[in-house]
Design a protein. Structure first.
Length: 365
């Protein structure tokens, strides 16, 4: 009887444990965020700047009003800047799987063909050549060396880093030669005035601080093509839009409209960045978007599919940042990313033993 009771008790305990685990109440005992350094030498300091996409601002907004923001970021003295751009190597990989990534490549991957023809380098070879050049880069490179490196970066699919080299040239030296032909010069000049946070904030700041490159850390390897069934595609879009139609999302849009009314003021753009990098903004991004799709009730779980993609993308973006930090310990890295990513960036980065986050709000005051 006793043995039977023990067996039943043990079975009941196992059942309770299983039920508890199924209910999602299990909490791991290992918390990497509590096991920070101190490492030998300088720690990795990371500041995440959530940004609006400048291409979405009214064309009447003078981007010269970014100066107060740039001044504050420069005063923090980052030694590296990561941007929301796909690396040339990832784009090269995605091009090899067109049945899944054709639309992604079309949208996010600039064509390196012209630069490849001018330099004689394909994307992998150009990336290797850029790394080789930077490893032996002189303290005072010549204009010819900068033009050549800009051409190599363009062939590598790293337009933003090419722009950094272009901006570091005196204006009189921004011309064809040393691997840059007229087509590539036109590409660089187009980038120089493009209304994009990579070009107008990251590249400008990198050139001002004496950096030689930017780090492209975006990731779209979780992209999938739309369903071939028009009815299913329509159902997905309807479900997600319905999830987005909620009070938090409406309040978020109203706040954006309020901020845009003051864009012509001297600190109008800076105030946008202050608002976008507040804790309130991160909670509203979740409540109005990702949290709403988490509880979206369609039988196909469309909202959870969308959320799964979003979390995967952010995890891979942060992994790319961690890779950079691992190769260059002791960096002060500024991550510039669309504001909806900021909360996920910081939460995932905070799990890393050798990463210490910096309060963006304090820097922007």
């Amino acid at each position: 009887m006793f043995r039977t009771t023990c067996i039943l008790t043990t079975a009941l305990a196992v059942a309770i444990i299983a039920t508890t685990a199924q209910a999602g109440d299990y909490r791991p005992s290992f918390h990497p965020d509590t096991l920070k350094g101190p490492p030998h030498g300088a720690p990795n300091m990371v500041m995440v700047l959530g940004t609006p996409h400048l291409s979405g601002l009214p064309k009447t907004v003078d981007l010269g009003r970014l100066s107060p923001l740039l001044e504050r970021l420069a005063a923090w003295k980052p030694t590296g800047i990561a941007t929301e751009d796909l690396s040339g190597l990832q784009c090269d990989a995605l091009r090899r799987y067109p049945s899944r990534y054709a639309e992604t490549v079309k949208t996010y991957c600039p064509d390196p063909t012209a630069a490849g023809q001018a330099t004689g380098l394909d994307v992998p070879a150009a990336n290797a050549e850029a790394e080789r050049l930077l490893a032996a880069w002189p303290a005072s490179p010549t204009a010819a060396q900068r033009r050549h490196l800009a051409a190599v970066f363009l062939a590598a699919g790293e337009r933003a880093s090419a722009l950094v080299q272009w901006l570091r040239l005196p204006e009189a030296e921004r011309r064809a030669g040393d691997g840059l032909d007229d087509t590539l010069v036109a590409q660089l000049e187009k980038l120089r005035v493009r209304r994009n946070e990579t070009d107008q904030i990251a590249a400008v700041l990198a050139a001002r601080l004496g950096h030689e490159r930017l780090w492209s850390v975006d990731d779209h390897s979780a992209d999938t093509p739309d369903s071939p069934d028009p009815a299913e595609q329509k159902a997905f879009e309807t479900a997600i839009r319905a999830a987005w139609d909620n009070p938090v999302a409406r309040a978020r849009r109203a706040e954006d409209q309020r901020l845009q009314q003051d864009l012509d003021k001297p600190e109008g753009l800076l105030n946008v960045y202050r608002a976008y990098n507040s804790p309130k903004a991160q909670q509203m991004a979740y409540g109005g978007d990702f949290g709403a799709t988490l509880v979206e009730p369609s039988p196909q779980a469309f909202g959870r599919q969308y959320l799964g993609y979003w979390e995967t993308r952010n995890l891979r973006m942060v992994a790319n940042i961690r890779d950079v930090l691992g190769q260059h310990p002791g960096m002060r890295l500024l991550g510039i990313v669309g504001a909806s990513h900021k909360g996920y960036y910081e939460a995932y980065l905070n799990q890393m033993h050798d990463v210490r986050l910096v309060d963006t709000e304090a820097v922007l005051r």
